[in-house]
Design a protein around this ligand. Structure first.
Ligand code: IMP
Ligand code: MG
Length: 167
């Protein structure tokens, strides 16, 4: 396995994203919604890079089976604990590939009338996009390679690697 983005690079970029988000948002809490399970690591670090109150919650969406390509099917497997009506919602995602997962989720969340709804994704594979999605904060654009680590899995393995590696 080859390191594509090191732990130090990830952490430095998250500090930059945190500063940018703090500067962009009006005062008040941000309601951070991480997509299970891969985005948990990014949520933990990004939330601590912010100098403002945050709320965190989790949403479960299944779009992939055990392989490395999208099934195209999306379903909600775990919903949020509370209402996001009137809240500044920031969806936190590990990686955007086809965009199918995110476009489905944004559609679901928009109907709940948040005050604002934006996306922060650690990784983006723009070449693979099938559905267009607006992503306000991107950590790194990467080539079309399957990566693991820092939350990302292959068949549930490798999530605890500190670096992002090419399988
Ligand atoms: P999308 O719906 O195709 O954009 O897929 C997004 C989801 O696919 C992510 O949340 C990941 O769980 C998974 N995924 C996409 N690319 C990779 C990868 O390179 N490594 C691990 N998981 C990936
Ligand atoms: Mg996954």
């Amino acid at each position: 396995m080859n390191v594509l983005i090191s732990e130090a690079q990830i952490q430095a970029r998250i500090r930059e994203l945190g500063a940018q988000i703090d500067a962009d948002y009006p005062a008040g809490p941000i309601y951070m919604v991480a997509i299970l399970k891969g985005a948990c690591f990014f949520l933990a670090d990004l939330s601590r890079a912010l100098k403002r109150p945050v709320r965190i919650d989790f949403i479960g969406i299944s779009s992939y089976g055990k392989g490395t390509s999208s099934s195209g099917e999306v379903k909600l497997t775990k919903d949020l604990d509370t209402s996001v009506e009137g809240a500044d919602v920031l969806v936190v995602e590990d990686i955007i590939d086809s965009g199918i997962t995110l476009s489905y989720l944004l559609h679901v969340l928009e109907q709940r009338k948040p005050r604002s709804l934006r996306v922060a994704a650690l990784l983006d594979k723009p070449e693979r996009r099938v559905r267009p999605v607006k992503v306000s904060y991107v950590g790194f654009q990467i080539p079309d390679k399957f990566v693991v680590g820092y939350g990302l899995d292959y068949a549930e393995d490798h999530r605890n690697l500190r670096d992002i590696c090419v399988l």
